[in-house]
Write a protein that binds this ligand. Structure first.
Ligand code: FMN
Length: 309
């Protein structure tokens, strides 16, 4: 099985959990289940050329769930087939994204929490389109008046979905307040991975004590791609963080090319350096750099490490 009891999962993060980021995370925890960023079924089926991840292969990565979003039943099934052929370990259906472009204007993501009929059609179509496992990722419900996650997960189980990730907020909460995961009752038919504000081993323990099969970690990975390994007891934080930052940059350059990667790397540089002395000045300098060599040098100077790693 690609997931075990008490497993730590890396959450899907749009704009972050791309192939280079997953490679860096796997340096510290090679077999950890990770998700792609959410991928639009339209963009995937129509193979939009401006999105390199539409052409990703997953065979070399092992344990990766490819997350799709959309409201068109046939396209969701076709997208799942494409990702299965590309070597995905499993297909995840996004049922929690709250951003208006996805949830209200396209009827996808979190909208499926208030349209269980459409959610059911999509799940049935995707499950029957592929031979690999299918999961869903959702929230507690649309808003405080509709905390009906248990019903959606019940439907998912009936459709043949194999597990679910549950973020302990409603769509209305977006990312505000505190994630509050409910205690799971024995009648939940599929394994559930708890998600939301998990940063430490004691957070993981709290989630497992509530009856969850595993814990899913999102934002705590930013600037700390080793955190999943730490939480799973596989590694400690690296002493030479600069070498990790340089390696991540190399993976970005390899994947996106020298013209766009330095700019795309700026946010990672900010997260890696956050809280360190002189990080504000470092960020200002990095934000002005568009050349890969200059960026390598700046990173090496800041962390006091060799460029050659
Ligand atoms: C920048 C960002 C991008 C995200 N992208 C996705 C996504 O593509 N798919 C998804 O299901 N959830 C996405 N999420 C939600 C996270 O997967 C996760 O559920 C949420 O951040 C709560 O977990 P955390 O507190 O560990 O970060 C995103 C969250 C953030 C902050």
């Amino acid at each position: 099985m690609f997931y075990d009891d008490n497993q730590i999962f890396g959450a899907p993060l749009a704009g972050i959990t791309d192939k280079p980021f997953r490679r860096i995370v796997r340096m510290f925890s090679p077999g950890v289940p990770l998700y792609t960023e959410m991928i639009s079924c339209h963009s995937l089926v129509e193979m939009h050329k401006n999105c390199p991840r539409n052409f990703d292969r997953y065979d070399d990565e092992g344990n990766v769930g490819t997350q799709i979003f959309g409201a068109n039943v046939a396209l969701m099934a076709d997208a799942a087939k494409i990702l299965q052929d590309a070597g995905a370990a499993w297909i995840d259906i996004n049922m929690g994204c709250p951003v208006p472009k996805v949830a209200t204007r396209s009827g996808a993501g979190a909208n499926l929490m208030r349209d269980h009929k459409l959610a059911e059609k999509i799940m049935r179509a995707v499950v029957s389109a592929v031979q690999i496992p299918v999961s869903i990722k959702t929230r507690l419900g649309w808003d405080d008046g509709h905390r009906d996650w248990a019903e959606l997960i019940h439907i998912a189980a009936d459709c043949g979905v194999q597990f679910a990730a549950l973020h302990g907020r409603t769509r209305a909460q977006l990312y505000t307040g505190v994630s509050q995961l409910p205690r799971l009752l024995p009648d939940v038919k599929i394994p559930i991975i708890g998600n939301g504000d998990i940063k430490t081993r004691s957070d993981v323990k709290n989630v497992l004590d509530l009856g969850y099969w595993g814990a899913m970690v999102g934002r705590a990975m930013l600037g700390r791609p080793w955190v999943l390994g730490e939480l799973a007891g596989l590694c400690v934080a690296p002493r030479n963080v600069g070498a990790v930052v340089l390696q991540h940059l190399e993976y970005m350059l390899e994947y996106y090319g020298g013209r766009v990667a330095p700019q795309m790397f700026r946010k990672h540089a900010a997260w890696y350096s956050g809280g360190m002395p002189n990080s504000a000045e470092f960020r200002i300098r990095v934000n002005q750099i568009s050349d890969a060599n200059e960026l390598r040098t700046e990173i090496s100077k800041f962390w006091g490490c060799e460029v050659d790693i």
